[in-house]
Design a protein around this ligand. Sequence first.
Ligand code: PLP
Length: 383
Amino acid sequence: MDALFPTYARWDLTVESAEGSIIVDQTGKKYLDFVSGIAVCNLGHRHPAVIEAMEEQMKKYWHVSNLFKSDIQQEVAGKLVANSELDAVFFCNSGAEANEAALKLARKYTQKSKVITFQQSFHGRTFGTMAATGQDKIHSGFGPLLQEFVYHPYNDSKALEEAMNDTVAAVMVEVIQGEGGVVPGTEKFLKKIEELCKKNGSLFIIDEVQTGIGRTGKAFAHQHYNLSPDIITLAKGLGSGLPVGAMVGKEKLKEAFGPGSHGSTFGGNPISLAAAKATLSIIFQEEFLTEVKKKGVYLKAELTKALADQDFVTEIRGCGLMLGIACKAEVAANITKLRENGLLVLQAGPNVIRLLPPLTVTYEEMDEAVKLIKNCLVAEYIS
Ligand SMILES: Cc1ncc(COP(=O)(O)O)c(C=O)c1O
């Protein structure tokens, strides 16, 4: 009997164990994991520093509530603000919760209600973040949605300029649209959002849930463009697989989020934050981030070479170790085929194969993945 709600289209694969970039299923078959728990296990599976940090915290205590002061929350918050241009952190449990906090704060701080987001964006599944998500298929069946969310075309500065005015509380954007197809924002567009937000007294919110924590070769993806958002939201890679999210904002916003304004029983859980502290201690090192950048350039170049004569592929795009292979037709069958051949990858939109290897992936593992992708795409296209 299946006692779960069928909310996920699950693969026919049950994991027995996982280590580094490798997952082993219950039959003993090994897979190269270029999913990383959907951009979560950025240090690979079961990184020893994360295990040690969690074990240490577990021996002290693992939940007391946010009624108490918390050194571990202060330490992780300190790392997030030291590595961004922001000043204050609210901890929660997921990406949707981080965005929910950002949306609530934007309304409270600005005393305005309209929020602009973008077509094909993805911001989560709660009522607020579902309304922020610019995809009909996510909304379907759940209406009426939360009011005052509007979706503009991504990378269209002119459309945004025409739509912006001083009734807008916030603009929320992904620097690279992840679920929407690994679509990078242009520098011109992202800078235009910042400029228009400043001009209109609107908050500039960057959803870094998927792009953050070193994924693109910088601590946060917006740092490639020297942007100055009012808020960034984080989750996924922050706890290396332990549930934790964070909203990080500017000093000026603190007053609007005073005692009683927002909260979460589990937000900032000590075990999750011990995992986050260990994770950030490794990832927020210049040498580590430089290596991610190098690996990203290598993987993109190798894929481009390997797939050059493959006219099923239209573009290889993305940044760091967040890459998309855009194809001419649906890629679901290719993804199944790759899995059968031992490589786990994701779909993003109907036509894009999304690669999110652990940031600790080796060059040999990347070579192996490129070989499997080349073989599979050739076979699938010909057949
Ligand atoms: C950009 C972005 N924002 C928000 C979310 C939602 O995060 P969560 O599933 O942790 O609620 C996701 C999840 O895929 C995401 O990619």
